[in-house]
Design a protein around this ligand. Sequence first.
Ligand code: ZN
Length: 115
Amino acid sequence: MSRLFAFALLASLAYWFTEVPPHDIVPRKNVRVRLCPIRCCEAHPYETCSSDANKAFLAHLKAWGAMTDTLYIWHYNTDFAHYLMPFPDFAEFPAESPRCPVGGGATAFRCTSCR
Ligand SMILES: [Zn+2]
């Protein structure tokens, strides 16, 4: 795809079953990987949370960051069970979330919300 459309920037989502970085391929320069911490605990800063999902995300972030210069973070800050309720990430989000991925190699941080 990237050879056929070398003039375009292609986006590829990395979450759920694609969160784990591949071992045998590397994204080309015009592929933007968007890594999503969708399984992470959002109650605590990622680096200090004891959740296995957060530890795995940090390892995947580091691996993706070493693999590409166009790593973006796609962060859902929506309570999908109760759309009108605030997303319960007051201790985690605005202070720590963006800093962690940027330190891990991400170049952008995008929040997707219902509001
Ligand atoms: Zn936590």
